[in-house]
Design a protein around this ligand. Sequence first.
Ligand SMILES: [Zn+2]
Length: 64
Amino acid sequence: MSHTPTASPTSSECPECAGSITVTRTVIRGEVLRCGDCSAELEVTATTPLRLELAPQVQEDWGE
Ligand SMILES: [Zn+2]
């Protein structure tokens, strides 16, 4: 019984600026990360392998 959890950092590419995104902790599908280069919000669409897509921009406009 030598189940080895994924310990190595996972990396992917920012779809906005093509910068490299390295994730050193466990992320789950649907989680939103932020690109350190362009500050884009990136939604995790898959974890193995890691896939990131631009998260929909939520406008803080609630009519108030
Ligand atoms: Zn970026």
